[in-house]
Design a protein around this ligand. Structure first.
Ligand SMILES: Cc1ncc(COP(=O)(O)O)c(C=O)c1O
Length: 518
């Protein structure tokens, strides 16, 4: 309505009429500012479509800018703990805030407070990587927001999960009697695997618990270099952290199979009950590979569950030159692989394979009445394969990434990562002040600075890492091998090139030189 329409020709408005028109016009303006939506749609619904589209475009540009400029930002902040929290309001928001304000705070407070795992100079842990297809996969998953708990609640999510899990199985050269399920992490995977081992060794623990079934003291064996998720699983399953026995390793940090056999024998003599062996393909510190065929033979002879922890290493099976790592896998009862470490899928995406997945289902299936209507018995209901009910649609991102790169594309990238790791090792070998602290395996390099006072070498190595990390120019980790502190580099980020590694090597050498001068 416009004011002219209210006026008759020749009519002069009284003050009262003018005041009324002003109020009315203001009301009209307010309503048009809120697009004349009824109250519930204005404030209780979702963002209006045009506005959402505009925000999405802004976010798309933000993501593209972040990726393009990532190299120009610090790899990690050097703030005191609590510094970020101190800058954020402690009170929860009472009123809505604009997208612009939220984005401004993201840029101003959150991004500078991040350790940027996608930065080409982030060389810590395992160099898992974010990629364009990975980001697109995560974005495509967000609006669907389904719960992949039963086939009926998410038919395509369920069937796609079955498909990508089988693709990975084929890439890992596992026989098709292995079936898989997607979990968030390898730690959760090993816990489920050991739950099946426990149930098969002491039937009805699921029903009656460990005490009522009179279950024996079970023992689990993993190498000294195996991941701590073995103990975490034992804690969660009531098996006891102390019952995970650490088996010594050889000079190349691989499980000593003879020592394993002896430890099993000792335990049997003491009336303890060997349950499972965890063999690792790609240990956390050095990426060493345990002698799986020999371990498998022991497991077969002793009737023990064999779990292979391939959280990091198993993804390398897609590279033909690395095929040797798959020796003995077909003998396993379970194997875990983290595509979020080596197969380009963003965190989180881990797959647990069990020889005959029905063994896992038997331990975890439980259908309450309120889910029975949505449970089609002839179909896969992934809630039956673990403790989680609600499950994200993780398969979509994996499917999009695997199609975008193909096995060849992923293998070529992993091959480059191995080449870079070996190149770095060559540089170390020709500088007498440093030593390779472990054989280079996959994308992992462990090195140690040897110059300076003998009794300060551990501290020096630790300080080199600390100083570089604090500089924000690169990020490494440190670990202990045979009780000595070593620097550790993990490659795998698709943005990390030879130039970045040269910079990293220069940095290590110059900080080391500086430190021994002090
Ligand atoms: C060999 C190995 N196994 C298991 C894990 C645990 O992985 P997740 O974080 O997926 O639980 C790790 C983590 O780095 C690892 O290196």
């Amino acid at each position: 309505m416009r004011s002219e329409r209210l006026a008759r020709p020749g009519h002069a408005f009284s003050d009262c009429e003018l005041a009324f028109i002003r109020v009315h016009l203001q009301l009209m303006q307010d309503r048009s500012a809120s697009r004349e939506l009824p109250l519930d749609e204005q404030s209780l619904g979702d963002t209006p479509p045009d506005e959402f589209r505009r925000q999405l475009h802004t976010l798309a540009d933000w993501i593209a800018d972040y990726r393009e400029k990532i190299e120009s930002i610090r790899v990690a902040p050097n703030d005191e703990p609590g510094a970020i929290l101190a800058k954020l309001p402690a009170e929860p928001p009472e009123q809505s805030e604009t997208f612009e304000r939220i984005m401004a705070d993201l840029n101003r407070l959150i991004v500078p407070g991040m350790t940027h795992w996608g930065h080409p100079m982030f060389l810590g842990y395992f160099g898992w990587t974010i990629t364009g297809p990975g980001i697109l996969g995560e974005m495509a998953t967000a609006p669907l927001n389904v719960n992949a708990m039963t086939w009926r609640t998410s038919p395509a999510a369920t069937e796609l999960e079955t498909l990508v899990v089988d693709w990975i199985r084929q890439w890992m050269h596992l026989p098709n009697e292995f079936g898989g399920v997607v979990f968030d992490t390898a730690s959760v995977g090993v816990m489920h695997a050991l739950a099946v081992a426990r149930e098969e060794a002491a039937p009805s623990v699921r029903q009656r618990g460990l005490v009522a079934t009179g279950a024996p003291v079970f023992r689990i064996y993993a190498s000294e270099q195996a991941h701590s998720s073995a103990e975490k699983a034992a804690i969660a399953l009531g098996l006891g952290e102390e019952n995970v026995r650490r088996v010594p390793v050889d000079a190349e940090f691989r499980m000593d199979a003879t020592a394993l056999r002896e430890m099993i024998g000792q335990d049997r003599q003491q009336k303890l009950c060997p349950l499972a062996v965890i063999a690792t393909v790609g240990t956390t510190s050095t990426a060493s590979v345990d002698p799986v065929p020999e371990i498998a033979q022991i497991c077969r002879a002793e009737k023990l569950w064999l779990h292979i922890d391939g959280a990091y290493g198993a993804g390398f099976a897609i590279v033909p030159e690395c095929r040797w790592i798959t020796a003995g896998w077909s003998e396993a009862d379970s194997i875990v692989v983290n595509p979020h470490k080596t197969l380009f899928v963003p965190l989180d995406f881990s797959v647990l394979y069990v020889r005959d997945l029905e063994r896992l289902r038997r331990v975890f299936t439980l259908v309450p009445e309120y889910l029975r209507g949505d449970t089609v018995a002839t179909q896969k209901n992934y809630m039956d394969y673990g403790i989680q009910l609600g499950r994200r649609f993780r398969a979509l991102k994996a499917w999009m990434i695997f199609r975008s790169f193909g096995r060849e594309g992923m293998a070529a990238r992993l091959r480059e990562c191995v080449r870079l790791a070996n190149l770095f090792a060559d540089w170390i070998k020709i500088d007498s002040r440093f030593e390779l602290a472990a054989p280079v395996s996959m994308g992992v390099i462990c090195l140690r600075f040897l110059a300076g006072d003998l009794d300060k070498i551990d501290q020096l190595n630790s300080e080199i890492v600390e100083r570089i990390n604090a500089s924000g120019r690169a990020y490494f980790t440190q670990t202990k091998l045979r009780d000595r502190t070593v620097m550790r580099i993990g490659l795998g980020n698709v943005l990390t090139t030879e130039r970045h590694l040269r910079e990293a090597w220069d940095m290590i050498r110059s900080v080391a030189t500086e430190l021994i001068r002090l």
